[in-house]
Design a protein around this ligand. Structure first.
Ligand SMILES: NC(=O)c1ccc[n+]([C@@H]2O[C@H](COP(=O)([O-])OP(=O)(O)OC[C@H]3O[C@@H](n4cnc5c(N)ncnc54)[C@H](OP(=O)(O)O)[C@@H]3O)[C@@H](O)[C@H]2O)c1
Length: 299
């Protein structure tokens, strides 16, 4: 049995689809949020997946979810969690607990999804926690593989969703920092393909793979691409990141989603370096521009 944490999410559901195609028995842990129309549970069950309802920050829930599994794929988490406390519980404390429980119950294979840009001294709490969680996974005794993708898109584009409060500001759109930091978004489907092909691939064990899409954008180029596509005519103005952070703290109280964390993420590089080991499968090369019309239509 393979446990997929985050199996109802953008990346997790794409991984799940591939595991089912390969006829792997799969279990998903979901909090089952939403009403009867938006809940992922009926659809997951229809697909023949074992569904456990609960929160992975609860150790007992996690223990039940891991029990009887030979492999765990951790694709749970979000850049937009409600508070610093929830962020820490989800991205670090739960990973520590996962590693402990996985070792106890004899899980052999552990795949962990981190984030490109995760680093010890990042100004973003999300990126610092992701880095710390990587260290936890690397020091565990099971066969681990870590994936560090840049920003993911598919039917949706969470990084764009997160930036919408800034893009809607008037009379100017503040661009924190120089706007010269670089990002390399890629399709969630590409990452899912690499993860599913790595699951039982020995050369992937002990590797930390960086994954980026075919185009590298500076943040300035990226914001201009988004405003152009969304037909937003508000001018973009560079603002020193400390000033942007200070105003995010003030405006964040009235503008939902505009936070100092978002300002930090907008100034961080997220570009893939060389990997020590080749990826088990080539990335598709599909670009953000291929997906943007349908992403925008759903906004
Ligand atoms: N999106 C990006 O641009 C991006 C870039 C780099 C790395 N990543 C990483 O890739 C992973 C997947 O991202 P995504 O964009 O696919 O996320 P997503 O679509 O926002 O989905 C988040 C998933 O995490 C699960 N989850 C969150 N908190 C949970 C909790 N307390 N207990 C149980 N499940 C919980 C959610 O399950 P329920 O809501 O069903 O409970 C959902 O399945 C995350 O680790 C993220 O940090 C994302």
């Amino acid at each position: 049995m393979i446990l997929i944490l985050g199996g109802s999410g953008l990346l997790g559901s794409a991984i799940l689809k591939r595991l089912l195609q390969q006829r792997f028995p799969a279990r998903v842990l979901t909090r089952g949020l939403g009403d009867w129309r938006s809940s992922p549970i009926p659809q997951l069950k229809q697909m023949g997946i074992e569904v456990l309802v609960g929160d992975m920050t609860d150790s007992e829930v996690l223990a039940n979810a891991i029990n009887g599994c030979t492999a765990v794929i951790n694709a749970a988490g979000s850049m937009t969690l409600s508070s610093d406390k929830v962020m820490q519980a989800t991205h670090l404390d739960a990973v520590k607990e996962m590693a402990r429980l996985a070792e106890l119950s004899g899980v052999q294979r552990f795949i962990h999804v981190s984030c490109l840009g995760a680093s010890e001294n990042s100004s973003s709490q999300f990126m610092r926690l992701k880095w710390e969680a990587e260290q936890v996974v690397k020091s565990a005794p099971f066969y681990w593989t870590i994936f560090r993708p840049s920003y993911l898109f598919g039917d949706t584009f969470p990084f764009l969703d997160m930036m919408m409060p800034i893009l809607k500001l008037k009379p100017v759109i503040p661009l924190p920092g120089t706007g010269l930091n670089e990002i390399q978004p890629l399709p969630a489907d590409d990452v899912a393909e690499v993860i599913s092909r790595s699951l039982y691939n020995r050369s992937a064990v002990g590797q930390s793979y960086e994954l980026g899409g075919p185009t590298i954008y500076t943040m300035q180029e990226f914001v201009e691409l988004m405003t152009g596509t969304l037909r937003i005519r508000t001018p973009v103005m560079n603002v020193p990141s400390e000033k942007a952070e200070a105003s995010a703290k003030i405006f964040g109280k009235v503008l939902r989603g505009f936070s100092a964390e978002l300002v930090s993420l907008m100034t961080i590089d997220s570009v893939a370096g060389e990997n020590d080991e080749p990826l088990p499968v080539q990335l598709s090369g599909r670009t953000l521009e291929d997906f943007l019309p349908s992403i925008i239509a759903k906004l």
